[in-house]
Design a protein around this ligand. Structure first.
Ligand code: KG4
Ligand code: ZN
Length: 340
């Protein structure tokens, strides 16, 4: 097989972003995302609305991805799609589309695990971004996921820690909701946190065994704290918003860094790659940089557009699997609870 000109179309539809991307060998030519604004009004993703929006978006998004890349569909070597995990109704749209598209073009179909893709996004060729060496630790932190994974090789990964309830992005979004912020609240809380005092208020970190996480207790603690304080002073949130955000952020980052420290100790691996929307957070970025000095870590943060939900990460996995001729059959189905 010639490894010279491999073009893969990647399709992502696991949650509320309809995305398509074209990769040529290891380099991304286009990365198109249609965000679904409709969920903002509900303060969270509404699965049925997400699925309907995917149906409206998928054809124009794929069309745009091909057009931006300057690639005709006849040039494609394969179609890669997110099989799971995610919302079933959302996954079905991308899966059905990818199956028909590959069938119509008579090219291979490649199924991709969304969680592996967040990690393998680090292998996209991008100037100024180093690729981690195996083995490394990957921490995927977003609105839907919180995991620490030991990555032995591209498709040889062990989940060594994960959340037992809410994801870290949910901790941001739900506490932001308590504070009256819009959805998703993470970016605004991060901005405010940078102008506040992280030690103004103290929240207890949950005690969870091993490398697992828990964020639902923190959310409840924040809720009770705010209820208590606003009873005393109705303007408490307004008057202290930056300090509250900084204190919440300080607690969350503390939880993540404690677990990373434990993971490096347990595995002896000091290369850490992060992914997922929360990796945009200024506090986690700074804490990782500090870790390079303090604990001799080497840390990797991908380009932002490849770290939130996107199809470029699906395309790179498609490229890696294509080279191994690891193809899916036409009877493959979406899998909402797919594991790494
Ligand atoms: O990866 P992503 O775009 O979608 C998934 O959830 O899979 O992540 C979105 C999450 C939201 O919870 C959002 O609040 C959070 O990432 N987020 C942040 C920041 N930017 C996005 N959380 C904290 N600080 C940020 N700067
Ligand atoms: Zn994701």
């Amino acid at each position: 097989m010639s490894s010279q000109n491999i073009y893969i179309l990647g399709i992502e539809s696991s949650c509320d972003d309809t995305a398509a991307s074209v990769i040529h060998n290891g380099k991304i030519l286009s990365n198109v995302i249609a965000n679904q604004k409709i969920h903002e009004a509900y303060g969270g993703v509404v699965p049925e609305l997400a699925s309907r929006a995917h149906q409206q978006n998928i054809v124009p998004v794929v069309h745009q991805a091909l057009e931006k890349a300057g690639v005709a569909k006849e040039q494609l070597s394969a179609v890669a799609f997110t099989r799971g995990p995610g919302l079933m109704g959302s996954l079905l749209v991308g899966t059905s589309f990818a199956k028909s598209f590959a069938y119509g073009l008579n090219i291979p179909l490649i199924d991709v695990n969304h969680m592996q893709a967040h990690i393998l996004a680090h292998f996209i060729d991008e100037e100024g971004f180093d690729k981690p060496n195996f083995p490394f630790l990957a921490m995927t932190i977003s609105g839907g996921h919180t995991q620490i994974v030991k990555v032995n090789h591209y498709f040889d990964m062990d989940v060594i820690g994960e959340t037992i309830d809410d994801a870290v992005g949910e901790a941001y979004d739900k506490s932001g909701k308590i504070l009256g912020l819009g959805y998703p609240a993470g970016p605004e809380m991060d901005k405010r946190a940078q102008q506040g005092n992280p030690k103004a208020f103290k929240f207890t970190k949950p005690k969870v065994d091993g490398l697992n996480f828990s964020f639902s207790g923190l959310k409840t603690a924040i809720l009770y704290f705010i209820q208590r304080e606003t009873k005393k002073n109705p303007d408490f949130v307004k008057e202290n918003l930056n300090d509250i955000c900084a204190s919440i952020q300080y607690t969350i980052i503390g939880i993540l860094i404690d677990k990373l420290k434990a993971a490096t100790k347990q595995t002896g691996i000091k290369q850490i790659a992060i992914g997922g929307g929360v990796s945009a957070n200024s506090g986690i970025r700074k804490a990782l940089k500090d870790g390079e000095q303090k604990f001799d870590w080497k840390t990797y943060v991908p380009k932002f557009e490849f770290t939130t939900d996107n199809a470029a990460m699906i395309a790179i996995v498609g490229y890696l699997k294509y080279q191994e001729e690891d193809f899916a059959q036409q009877d493959i189905t979406a899998s909402a609870r797919l594991k790494i």
